[in-house]
Design a binder for this molecule. Structure first.
Ligand code: FAD
Length: 474
């Protein structure tokens, strides 16, 4: 017979893990690829990210315009690497990296590494005007896209109730700042949302008269594309009713729109910032040479000079390509670099030399609404329907996660045939439509005071106690 007072068996001491420790900062396109390709290597991998999900940023604009839901373009990081027993995922923000002591600082902990991969990505760049972020939200993470969706949909709701025609015009005017792929795609998607999806849903307003303006400081839209495709993009945007201004620098943003260099004011109640990114602040703290854009300059094997154990990849790296320029901030660059780093670590552990990294450019593309796109693939320049089909196929294939692919394909087919968008939800409890008028505020306060007095009275014990005391509700 066993006694309940029996001394518990001693817990065995944890066996020290002798495998080299690879610490990866960031589970975006680059970092996730490193972890996936080290899944069966004789190393211990710690994958750190301040978010619990991997985000497919190329489709953020579809969340912002109610085409897709947030969950369709994001996947939990843990589930993506669950089959790799050598990989631990930590939800943590890295605050510092010390290359001398080979340590990474997270909340309440310091991790020692044998190999470090910095793949922390970019953040929005307001070019010295961070105060504009309140008036012109960015498009970088899920929260940003949901905020843009909220503002866009609310503008139509407010316009429906607005009697003042000037204010109604302002509410039905949108400005997108930045003529790169994100700005072009977003402007096209807002135009489609207003002209096709919302067209018959309102009674007082006509969403088809919505004014969308795309503002670009440079001399053409899509500056990284062939100039002929930039021209095609302008044509396709014009067909959708988007007005684009190039050589136009924004100098001020307020609640009523944007002011551009020269003093012209473009009225708009909703402004979105899609004008630029820069490396996340952590990167500036790393003791290495940075280029003018703040990226870390790396050697051909993507390591920091003098630190063969420290790799920097993706948007935070300035890795020189075959043309002598830093490789662009693209998902494909980060992914290829991630796969290369996993191979380089394996080779190093086997005592083999590392080969230099070469980027294989498979092309770039941007969609401009239904059946409209521009694409530059393997030397071919595509526009219109063909480019759009290519865009659809590539994005579905690149999406991470089987569930996401299936859901996105079905959502797109449904939207194509019905002209509907299922994710037209306005979230966030506080918004101007529901704000009380001063008179209502006063009335609420009065009621509140009355309620407190009532509560006080009800807390006074009854002279004759009853069988049960039911607490009074506020
Ligand atoms: C709206 C938008 C649309 C885009 N469209 C395209 C497109 O169509 N095609 C294309 O090729 N590219 C596109 N890009 C660019 C592409 O998304 C990036 O080039 C790519 O994500 C870079 O990969 P990365 O691994 O360097 O960084 P990311 O994928 O951004 O991942 C970085 C990760 O690091 C984490 N992180 C950051 N700081 C810390 C920290 N201190 N501690 C812990 N974790 C941290 C972040 O949470 C994030 O998960 C787009 C980007 C945006 C914003």
């Amino acid at each position: 017979m066993t006694s309940s007072l029996a001394v518990p068996a001693p817990v065995p001491a944890p066996v020290p893990d002798e495998r080299p420790h690879v610490v990866i900062i960031g589970a975006g396109f680059g970092g996730l690829e490193v972890a996936k390709h080290l899944g069966r290597a004789a190393v211990r991998v710690t994958l750190l990210d301040r978010e619990n999900h991997h985000l497919f940023q190329p489709l953020l604009y579809q969340v912002a315009t109610a085409g897709l839901s947030a969950v369709d373009i994001a996947s939990p990081i843990r589930s993506l690497v669950r089959r790799h027993e050598n990989t631990s995922v930590l939800l943590a923000e890295v605050h510092e990296v010390d290359l001398l002591t080979r340590t990474v600082g997270i909340e309440r902990e310091t991790l020692h590494y044998d190999f470090l991969v910095v793949a922390a990505g970019a953040t929005t760049n307001y070019f010295g005007h961070d105060d504009w972020s309140r008036l012109a939200p960015p498009m970088k993470c899920l929260d940003d896209a949901l905020e843009v969706r909220r503002r866009v949909l609310l503008a139509f709701e407010e316009a429906e109730r607005e009697l003042d025609l000037d204010r109604r015009h302002e509410l039905l005017s949108f400005v997108v700042i930045g003529g790169g792929p994100t700005g072009v795609e977003l402007a096209g998607a807002i135009a489609e949302l207003s002209r096709r999806v919302l067209a018959r849903d309102f009674r007082a307003i006509d969403p088809t008269v919505t004014k969308i303006t795309l503002v670009e400081a440079g001399d053409r839209l899509l500056p990284t594309f062939d100039p002929r495709l930039s021209t095609k993009a302008v044509e396709q945007l014009t067909e959708l009713g988007v007005v684009s201004h190039t050589n136009t620098r924004v100098v001020d943003i307020d609640e009523h729109g944007v002011t551009v260099q020269g003093g012209a004011h473009i009225p708009a109640a909703t402004v979105v910032w899609a004008a630029g990114v820069r490396p996340v602040p952590l990167v500036a703290k790393i003791d290495a040479a940075h280029d003018r854009a703040g990226r870390i300059e790396v050697l051909r094997d993507l390591t920091v000079p003098g630190r063969p154990e420290v790799f920097v990849i993706g948007d935070v790296a300035c890795a020189v390509g075959d043309d002598g320029k830093c490789l662009p901030g693209l998902a494909a660059v980060a992914q290829q670099q991630g796969r290369y780093v996993a191979r380089a670590i394996r080779r190093t552990l086997r005592g083999q030399e590392r080969r230099p990294f070469h980027y294989r450019d498979k092309g770039i593309m941007a969609t401009i609404g239904r059946s409209r796109a521009v694409a530059q693939i393997l030397g071919l320049r595509l526009t219109g329907y063909v480019a759009w089909m290519a865009w659809l196929v590539v994005h579905v294939l690149l999406l991470i996660g089987f569930r996401n692919r299936v859901v996105v394909v079905f959502t797109w087919i449904w939207s194509y045939f019905t002209f509907r968008r299922g994710a037209r939800l306005i979230t966030g409890l506080e918004h101007p439509l529901f704000a009380a008028s001063p008179a209502e505020e006063r009335e609420r306060e009065e009621r509140g005071r009355g309620g407190e007095e009532r509560e006080e009275r009800e807390r006074v014990p009854a002279a004759v106690p009853g069988p049960t005391a039911v607490p009074a509700r506020a």
